[in-house]
Design a protein around this ligand. Structure first.
Ligand code: ATP
Ligand code: MG
Length: 552
């Protein structure tokens, strides 16, 4: 795995925008976010969304949301709706909602213009043959025998392709540029193909569909986009992008700029693979909290603020590389640190009986809501004779330096008293089922007791008032190293990616609703699952644990 530092926040595209405005080359900055509606958006898309919207916002320009729906086979309305929801949730408003398919007529006309100019021809070679004759980095391509068809013949054939006279793959329309170009993308790229497929927007109107590399520059130009920002794989496409805009005589001239695709450690990012996970039932849908989708991150408990801060920190680096997933986690901790209510949850409970505490008595103790943010005030929590503690906060035969509960040891119960372990109760199999302790009334929290010190503080929940809850803890779906071995990617799923535990939370948490976020003492930040949680069945997703060695 590549070692990663946090990328610099420099933004070379921003500098270009500043120059373009200063020189009067651009009056209004227009950017666009152009997803293909063939899946849900992921954190990589968030980088592109933030970049486009924030750049336009800064210079009082506008950003279009454009669905790049030129490939009818993989696209779906469900994806269109989810994409809109995710962009809005991130906090951005588009000015103009477009579908590339709305421009099919104009694209067709522009292709006809190319044919008239002698800059496009219908090729009868099949896809394999076209690939074989494309040449290599060191050898030029071989011109098609159909390359010199007359404009009349090409116009006729192209019209018949449109009319549905030919089968899929029988013919294509190619740009006529230069089969010897050192840039392979300029060796007569295919610009239209035959596809007898139903389109979610245009229905059965079209039998031919434009290729992405041809459609995209036209879409940008038609909308008056000034700065067309895409990922680095498209760098070699830029000469063709400019060729299309120029030769199709588009009145408005967009410019393409590239930035590095976001990759995160331990994260599958391609939509194709994410789709596979969903379709094979390896996850609970696109919004499974283990998914790097925007909807998965939202359900896990990420906030738009955290995602935007993360993207801002990424900047517009041009270098490839893998960003440490812990950098994303850093930003959700930062966002929730002062906002989230800090309470106690016991996720793997062990009953403790405080033998010298009066039976039937309950007292209400004061607990701070956020020790780093006094403005959040405090709450009252019940304490009585029976409580739950974390199973791993007790050990019968502890190693050295174990400061939590063990026979004869005394610890502080957070916000309450010192308790001392007097007795261990076990079942027939020798499993610990209960701990019996005594407490010291002198040691109540907040009373300034200084008589003696204990080394450990543990959390707890009062048994009589405890609210049962489910806790879902996550690990990566697939860990690095394995993910790259394409073939068996689905067989390399981490069997521990989800752990479900049942325990208890404080009574005040009973009213928690989907999307509410908390810090549970020692366990980390949690989100009330918006899908599966109900008033009588609380479900908490762990967003992130409390600490990490990661440094920005
Ligand atoms: P995937 O390979 O995951 O399917 P894509 O690039 O095919 O992604 P699109 O829907 O075509 O997905 O992408 C819409 C926009 O989001 C494009 O401008 C694309 O460059 C950008 N984008 C996609 N993935 C990333 C990423 N990992 N990092 C940054 N930008 C991305
Ligand atoms: Mg794509």
């Amino acid at each position: 795995m590549e070692e990663t530092k946090s990328p610099s926040s420099s933004n070379y595209i921003r500098n270009i925008v500043i120059d373009d405005l200063a020189a009067g080359r651009v009056k209004e900055v227009v950017t666009r976010f152009p997803p293909e509606p063939n899946g849900y958006l992921h954190i990589g898309h968030a980088k592109s969304i933030c970049l486009n919207f924030e750049l336009a916002d800064e210079f009082k320009g506008r950003t279009h949301l454009r669905f790049d729906d030129t490939n009818p086979v993989k696209e779906d309305v469900e994806f269109v709706e989810s994409i809109k929801r995710d962009v809005q949730w991130l906090g951005f408003e588009w000015e103009g909602l477009f579908f590339a398919s709305d421009y099919f007529d104009e694209m067709y006309e522009r292709a006809v213009l190319l044919i008239r100019k002698g800059l496009a021809y219908v090729d009868d070679q099949n896809a394999d043959r076209i690939r074989e004759t494309r040449g290599t980095l060191t050898e030029p391509g071989v011109p098609s025998p159909w390359r010199n068809r007359s404009a009349e013949e090409n116009l006729d054939l192209f019209a018949r392709m449109k009319a549905g006279e030919f089968k899929d793959g029988e013919k294509v329309l190619r740009a006529k540029i230069d089969m010897a170009s050192p840039n392979i993308n300029m060796r007569d790229p295919v610009i239209y193909r035959i596809l007898h497929a139903h389109h979610h927007n245009t229905g059965d109107k079209w039998r031919i569909y434009p290729m992405y590399a041809f459609a995209h520059p036209l879409e940008d130009a038609i909308e008056g986009v000034t700065h067309s920002i895409c990922t680095l794989e498209f760098e070699d496409q830029r000469p063709f992008y400019d060729w299309v805009v120029r030769e199709c005589e588009m009145p408005s001239v967009p410019r393409q700029y590239e930035f590095a695709r976001l990759n995160l450690t331990n994260t599958v990012m391609s939509k194709r693979k994410l789709k596979q996970l969903v379709e094979e039932g390896a996850v609970d849908g696109w919004d499974d909290p283990r998914m790097p989708t925007i909807s998965g991150l939202r359900r896990k408990g990420y906030t738009p603020e955290a995602i935007r801060s993360f993207c801002r920190e990424l900047g517009v680096n041009k270098g490839y590389g893998v960003v440490d997933e812990r950098m994303l986690e850093h930003f959700i901790r930062e966002d929730l640190k002062l906002k989230a209510l800090r309470t106690m949850a016991v996720i793997d409970p062990l009953k403790v009986v405080i033998t010298n505490y009066p039976e039937g008595q309950t007292e209400w103790l004061e607990a701070e809501n956020n020790s780093e943010n006094p403005e959040m005030g405090s709450r009252q929590i019940p304490f009585s004779r029976e409580i739950y503690i974390e199973r791993d906060d007790f050990m019968e035969n502890p190693p050295a330096k174990y400061f939590r509960l063990f026979p004869g040891n005394e610890v502080r119960l957070k916000n309450a008293y010192f308790v001392k372990c007097e007795e261990v109760v076990k079942d027939a199999d020798g499993n610990v089922t209960e701990i019996r302790c005594t407490y010291d009334p002198e040691t109540k929290s907040g009373t300034g007791f200084t008589g003696r010190k204990v080394k450990g503080t543990i959390h707890w929940v009062d048994a009589a008032h405890a609210v049962p809850a489910e806790f879902r803890l996550y690990e990566p779906l697939i860990s690095d190293g394995e993910e790259n071995e394409e073939a068996s990617f689905l067989e390399k799923l981490n069997p521990n990616s989800l752990t479900v535990l049942r325990g208890f939370v404080e009574p005040g948490m009973k009213a928690a609703a989907g999307g509410d976020k908390f810090q549970f003492f020692r366990h980390g930040y949690f989100n009330v699952d918006p899908k599966d949680s109900a008033p009588d069945r609380l479900v908490f997703n762990r967003i992130v644990s409390l600490k990490s060695s990661f440094q920005l």
